[in-house]
Design a protein around this ligand. Structure first.
Ligand code: IVH
Length: 678
């Protein structure tokens, strides 16, 4: 066939295959047989093999790339991917509705879109000029890992937006959920078992795991599906004014949208919908764990705004969690890093929603009394999402003799100090020396989102404390391999590994260090905000309540908790010791104040750098307000090309984008007042 003819036939075949894929995967309305589809597909593939110059990235044959990645690239989301405020009670929904009406009830008609809360893996996908050009995991909400190659393999994700009913925008970032249908999940698990592999705990894990395969060919084998539900960013403005219109627009662009959303205008109607979903939950072919309520009017949403965690215009009305019945074998008191003593029920292991549970919290002494849980009782246990399982209630057994009531210990089970009562909590006041608290603090400081100390797990931390190797936090940073070798469980390799892990971690980023200290109220996001705002540890430490409240998202309560923490004499002594050569804070961009000089400019990095690492370059640019993105497009402002730059460099030349070398980048940053400290 001549090239001209081939080109025409290829275009026909692609249009035909796209149409059927859309009918089959997006709309669930297949109109031709699988055999016919495969025939068309083969014809296209053969033509493309004969004319490789005609292959296009959005051809249906181009879903599965041939290459395996060595790691995922981190990418910034087009807009923060927040989470949702949630609760399973009607009262909480009433409160939410009240707040909404109070804030915007005078300006707009308050109605809501209610839709199922899908229990899958949240992701961002990006279309540029109508072409699928990015996909990322949610990550920490601001940045995730680029999983474009894997997402391309999901047949329900169009490689190109449709534009016949509505013009496709030049930039579109969407949020959605990747799920695995339950029947597909069960089949996948049968296969795992047949092959002697461990089955997946639930469809969400299976879906999330599939998305994180470095080899897209493996992802392609997993039966993944997707639903899109939100626009994160779009340009030009498509003129949609409500969530309902968003869903319509997404459908018109050929994207897969759930068909269960409804428009409602009262808490009663929300509650009806919720109940209907609870009742049908087991009849639909994917897992849902609640109902998301979204204010329909987009302008009113803007008025309501967001907190640092979640939008004020949406709410997740969760389903009652899954529960199972088992028996309590023992109740013991466990001391956490904050000194709070928690009664914990050790139970006969039971499987709840795919996870085996053998411990559950009883929260505090009042809860144990109120629920009257004793050793030997039959109990109902629930596991909600990722939280610690909890004992919900006792199931009375007629005529059965029961054990004595559980008594909270009088002295700390770890250090023997007399316990004190603080509200409903029982607390060990020996904050600085109690081994259980110290072990808890070490575990937290070494945890993944804090200093991420390699070789330091829960058991090791407990051992270090128990053997007296670490008597207070600063001593963690003085450990010597020889000391460790004396103890069982440590060989040369693990001892050196731990010491090396601690050494590496002792040069820490400010936000991670702040998070790792376990300051009350300071989670990862707040730690990051503090680091950005104050730039140095000493500045955070010295800040008074007023100064703290200048940080967006920090209110009076948080400010008080933070100053209270630093004012504690024992804490101060530990912090002094840590800062006295044991821990040093990296001068990275995370600690640099954002300047507005490079605000909004888009950079792409390619090739090897010498004076900076890629990560440093990225952080420095971001600290100046620039965005670092993964691929070059017309919207890119600068490409920074190091040694041996790749195809991104060629593309930049093609598009006439300004190219900087490393010195040029350093100069640019310095000229904009970015503190480089190279
Ligand atoms: S809307 C800013 N709608 O639930 C509001 N989220 O913490 C964005 N989720 O991680 C969320 N189904 O990934 C929305 N229909 C739905 C959803 C949904 C599932 C996920 C979302 C988020 C989590 C809530």
């Amino acid at each position: 066939m001549k090239r001209k003819e081939a080109e025409k036939r290829i275009a026909e075949l692609r249009a035909e295959l796209d149409k059927h894929a859309h009918l089959y995967y997006v709309l669930d309305q297949p109109s031709i047989s699988d055999e016919r589809y495969d025939e068309l597909y083969r014809e296209l593939r053969d033509l493309e093999t004969a004319h490789p110059g005609l292959i296009a990235p959005d051809s249906p044959t181009q879903r599965v790339g041939g290459e395996s990645l060595s790691a995922f690239e981190t990418v910034e989301h087009a807009a923060p991917m927040l989470s949702l405020d949630s609760d399973p009670s009607r009262a909480a929904v009433e409160k939410f509705d009240e707040r909404v009406r109070k804030a915007v009830g005078d300006t707009v008609r308050v109605d809501y879109v209610v839709e199922p809360k899908l229990d899958g893996a949240s992701l961002e996908i990006v279309y540029r000029d109508g072409l699928l050009s990015g996909a990322a995991t949610r990550g920490d909400g601001r940045r995730g890992e680029s999983i474009l190659e894997n997402v391309r393999t999901i047949p329900a994700v169009p490689l190109r937006l449709r534009s016949d009913e509505r013009a496709s925008p030049s930039f579109l970032a969407l949020r959605g959920e990747v799920i695995m249908q339950i029947d597909a999940f069960e089949k996948a698990n049968e296969r795992q078992i047949e092959q002697g592999k461990v089955p997946y705990a639930n469809p969400r894990n299976a879906a999330a795991g599939a998305l994180r395969q470095l080899d897209p060919r493996l992802t392609a084998k997993r039966p993944l599906d997707i639903y899109l539900y939100d626009i994160l960013a779009v340009d030009p403005d498509p003129g949609v004014e409500s969530q309902w219109e968003v869903l319509t627009a997404l459908r018109e662009w050929g994207l897969r949208v759930n068909d269960l959303p409804r428009l409602v205008d009262s808490v009663d109607a929300i509650a009806d919908y919720h109940q209907r979903m609870v009742d049908t939950r087991d009849d639909i072919n994917y897992e849902i764990d609640g109902v998301v309520i979204k204010l329909n009017d987009l302008a009113a949403r803007e008025l309501m705004g967001t907190t640092s965690h979640h939008p004020r215009w949406a709410f997740a009305f969760k389903f009652p969690p899954r529960k199972e019945v088992t028996r309590v074998l023992e109740i013991m008191a466990s001391v956490g890093r904050t000194g709070v003593v928690t009664p914990v029920a050790l139970m006969r292991p039971v499987e709840i929603g795919g996870v085996t549970v053998s411990r559950a919290t009883l929260h505090n002494r009042e809860e144990v009394e109120r629920k009257d849980i004793r050793k030997g009782d039959r109990v109902r246990v629930q596991r909600a999402g990722d939280v610690i399982p909890q004992v919900v209630e006792r199931i009375p057994e007629k005529g059965k003799r029961r054990a004595k009531r559980f008594q909270m210990p009088v002295n700390c089970p770890s250090c023997g100090t007399p316990l004190i009562e603080r509200g409903p909590f029982t607390v060990c006041p020996n904050t600085l020396e109690c081994p259980a608290q110290l072990a808890g603090r070490i575990i937290h400081l070494g945890s993944r989102h804090a200093l991420d100390i390699e070789g330091l797990g829960e058991e090791t931390a407990k051992l270090l404390v128990e053997k007296g190797l670490v008597r207070h936090l600063p001593e963690l940073f003085e450990l010597q391999a020889e000391q460790l070798l004396e103890f069982e469980g440590f060989g040369e390799i693990s001892a050196n590994g731990l010491v090396e892990g601690v050494r590496k971690a002792s040069h820490a980023e400010l936000d991670r260090f702040l998070f790792g200290l376990g300051i009350p109220e300071v989670g990862r996001t707040v730690a990051r905000d503090l680091a950005r705002h104050f730039r140095s540890f000493e500045a955070v430490r010295a800040a008074d309540e007023e100064a703290l409240q200048e940080v967006p998202g920090i209110g009076p309560k948080m400010a008080e908790a933070i100053t209270g923490f630093f004012a504690e004499p024992g804490t101060a002594e530990i912090l002094d010791a840590l800062m006295d050569g044991r821990v040093s804070i990296k001068a990275t961009a995370a600690a640099a104040a954002p300047t507005i000089e490079l605000e909004g400019l888009k950079f792409v990095l390619t090739g090897g750098l010498e004076r900076l690492t890629r990560g440093q370059a990225k952080e420095l640019l971001e600290s100046a307000g620039a965005k670092v993105v993964g691929s070059v497009s017309k919207k890119t402002d600068y490409v920074v090309a190091g040694s041996d730059p790749g195809s991104k460099y060629t593309k930049a030349v093609e598009l006439g984008i300004e190219i900087l070398d490393e010195d040029g980048l350093v100069e640019l940053l310095a000229s904009r007042g970015v503190d480089l400290r190279l």
